[in-house]
Design a protein around this ligand. Structure first.
Ligand code: GUN
Length: 283
């Protein structure tokens, strides 16, 4: 069994983004990212801080908008409109989840698709569906990078994606399909779950249930990718996969933390760079 080092792969992606950023700066373009955070969710605050740090590392311009939980939809919409029209800002990211009185769909739909570095806007989601896209959603794209780092060829393999969220499960299945995997998606109503997951050459867990995936659900020699960010019974950060139980059964596995998490941010940097190039007519 080999542990996939998400931090190392993420660092390599950021280094290549930084190098490209320097080339852009020589042409007078500095990629700019605006991050919007509403309310005081502590996990979101950590994510946003990490995104700012990554911008610094890559040489990007960044703006952070930390708005109070009492922010109205109109105020949030007005901020998105302002950022859509700001030439220094190439990418806009509104950290989800939003406080319950705000409509995340309305915000996502309002972000100019060419600045939608999360790839959540229906235009970008549709573009991914037909395989003709500018941006890939950060977490699924990061998972693909991790799979590529193992050298395992996805083509023709059986891939099972556990979870059907719009942010991870659905686009994840699509990216695996683009690389010619035979893909199955499981969810909370799936019957005979273990039977399905234990047939997977590549197993992606994105269900948000601590240590849910056990050894008897995994095929011998599988590549196991854990997208979970959960807390165990002691409040310690863990994934959807019971790492200690599963590790000796698979060929490659991602740890939590240090697996998928760092990749999501690197792919966001990559998307912001792409956005800056697109908006400035640079190939
Ligand atoms: N909340 C959890 N994951 C994400 C993400 O990838 N993007 C945004 N905007 N919010 C999130």
């Amino acid at each position: 069994m080999q542990i996939i080092d998400g931090k190392a792969v993420s660092k390599a992606v950021k280094q290549s983004v930084k190098a490209e950023c320097e080339e852009l700066k020589a042409k007078g373009v500095t990629p700019g990212l605006a991050v919007i955070l509403v309310g005081d969710d502590s996990a979101s605050q950590v994510y946003v801080r990490n995104k700012e740090k990554a911008c610094e590392e890559c040489g990007f311009y960044s703006e952070k908008y930390a708005l109070p939980a009492s922010t109205t939809q109109e105020e949030l919409n007005a901020l998105v409109d302002k950022l859509n029209n700001d030439d220094r800002i190439n990418g806009i990211l509104c950290q989800l989840p939003l406080p319950s009185h705000l409509d995340d769909k309305e915000v996502i739909n309002r972000i100019d698709p060419i600045k939608d570095v999360d790839a959540f806007h229906p235009v970008n989601v549709g573009a991914i569906m037909i395989g003709d896209y500018n941006f890939l959603p950060c977490t699924p794209a990061g998972v693909m990078e991790l799979i590529h780092s193992t050298g395992v060829d996805v083509s023709g393999k059986k891939a099972v994606v556990m979870g059907r969220s719009n942010i991870v499960g659905k686009p994840m299945a699509m990216l695996l399909l683009h690389e010619n995997a035979t893909v199955e998606i499981t969810h909370s109503r799936t019957q005979n779950l273990s039977e399905i997951t234990s047939g997977a050459d590549i197993l992606i867990a994105a269900i948000g249930k601590a240590k849910f995936v056990k050894a008897d659900m995994v095929k011998e020699g599988a590549v196991v990718i854990d997208v979970g960010m959960d807390r165990d019974e002691n409040g310690k950060l863990c994934g959807d996969v019971d790492f200690d139980d599963v590790k000796d059964k698979c060929s490659y596995i991602t740890p939590v933390p240090g697996g998928v998490g760092p990749m999501t941010i690197s792919m966001l940097m990559k998307n912001t760079l792409t956005a800056a190039k697109l908006q400035n007519g640079i190939k």
